[in-house]
Design a protein around this ligand. Structure first.
Ligand code: NAD
Ligand code: WQD
Length: 352
């Protein structure tokens, strides 16, 4: 075992993955990252740009494999070559709208891919995993703030959300079948922001689906205005309310989850919300971003987006008690760091 242990990070070159790899390296873990590059940028035959920047920021090396989680043979080789202590599983397709158009691709990638990974873990005796789940598994909130006890799977209206729910269920079944497994399901609320250096951040391809990257592209002049999806919700200003969480806080949540996996009294599975516990409306975020960037952010109210809920925010107290984790970065810091990343890298990781 090197340092505190060796972590295989699937989807390690993506947004949440790259920020988590950085925190893992800073916490003395060794990292093997794998990614099939479907949603991250790499020069031909080179490591993904995000991971090259993480290496620069940390002064540490990352072993990287350009591998698909559905490729059982290649996965198995990685487990045979390296002594892996834990897996953090990020690799997935994540665009809600796209998942409605091509559900089979989402089920194949996210569910078949995850189950292939778990099979390879099982056959190599690696039974400790942190899984990237989502508040989307709660569907339409029956109460707020949302606790981990909230029913899951009932109101997942899109294939993407269902893949998160199904993979959670698969992992729960694996824990029933084999008591050596230790599984932490991290249910993220709305990850935003970037590392404080501005060297890594969210780099969506095409038109951003999510609010914060869209606002950032308006601020930097790549898009004209923000379309606000609905101003007639039963919320204080009529726009949707969400629990935005700084990506660095989220990444640190994964490091804390590994500590929990090392706890000899912990077995089976447990789910934790990662959020701040505070909700902000779309207009709150636009105003905070305007303040952080010094730019006027033009916006226009349009119809509600199908499938959106009025408000969603976490009860994050379980993670505080059991993972010793709390989000410390507020909305102003989330906007400041997004702006720092966006203005330093107007075209994301690509040079132009
Ligand atoms: P991302 O797209 O930036 O990162 C995912 C990475 O996985 C990408 O680099 C992609 O190339 C890779 N990948 C996809 N399919 C793969 C496959 N079959 N084999 C190998 N690599 C593959 O997304 P992200 O925002 O970093 O999300 C990471 C995880 O967190 C995902 O599982 C996502 O569903 C989950 N999540 C994200 C959010 C969010 O808002 N960002 C919220 C809740 C949950
Ligand atoms: C936030 C608010 C929109 C864009 C999604 C996924 C969820 C999770 C996180 C992965 C809402 C409004 C947005 C825009 C807008 N991902 N909005 N104009 O929908 O809460 O969650 O990302 O698991 O599964 O569904 O995040 O950033 O898209 O929207 O007015 O151009 O901003 O209506 O109120 P969402 P979001």
């Amino acid at each position: 075992m090197t340092g505190k242990g060796t972590i295989l990070v699937t989807g390690g070159a993506g947004y949440v993955g790259s920020h988590t790899v950085l925190e893992l390296l800073n916490n003395n873990y060794s990292v093997i990252a794998l990614d099939n590059l479907v949603n991250c940028y790499a020069e031909k035959n080179d490591k993904p740009e995000s991971l090259k920047r993480v290496e620069k920021l940390t002064g540490k090396q990352i072993i990287f494999y350009n591998v698909d989680i559905r490729d059982k043979t290649s996965l198995d080789k990685i487990f045979k070559v390296h002594s892996i202590d834990f897996v953090i599983h990020f690799a997935a397709l994540k665009a809600v709208g796209e998942s409605v158009q091509i559900p089979l691709t989402y089920y194949q990638n996210n569910i078949a891919g995850s189950s292939t990974l778990f099979e390879v873990m099982q056959s190599n005796g690696v039974k400790k995993i942190v899984f990237s789940s989502s508040a989307t598994v709660y569907g339409i909130p029956q109460f707020l703030p949302i606790t981990e006890e909230h029913p899951t799977g009932q109101g997942c209206t899109n294939p993407y959300g269902k893949t998160k729910y199904f993979v959670e269920e698969i992992l729960k079944d694996v824990c029933v079948s084999d008591h050596e497994w230790k599984v932490i399901l991290l249910r993220y609320f709305n990850p935003v922001g970037a590392h404080e250096s501005g060297e890594i951040g969210e780099d969506p391809s095409g038109i951003p689906n999510n609010l914060m990257p869209y606002i950032a592209q308006v601020a930097v002049g790549r898009r004209e205005k923000v379309y606000v999806f609905g101003n007639d919700y039963p919320t204080p200003d009529g726009t949707g309310v969400r629990d935005y969480i700084h990506i660095t806080d989220l990444a640190i949540g994964h490091v804390q989850a590994l500590t929990k996996l090392n706890d000899t009294t912990f077995f089976g599975w447990k789910a934790f919300n990662l959020g701040t516990g505070r909700g902000y409306s779309v207009l709150d975020v636009i105003n905070a971003f305007s303040k952080a960037s010094g730019k006027i952010i033009k916006h226009e109210f349009v119809n509600r987006r199908e499938g959106d809920v009025a408000a969603s925010f976490a009860d994050a107290s379980l993670a505080k008690i059991e993972l010793n984790w709390t989000a410390t970065r507020g909305i102003d810091e989330m906007c400041k760091d997004t702006w720092n990343w966006q203005s330093k890298n107007p075209n994301g990781f690509k040079k132009k």
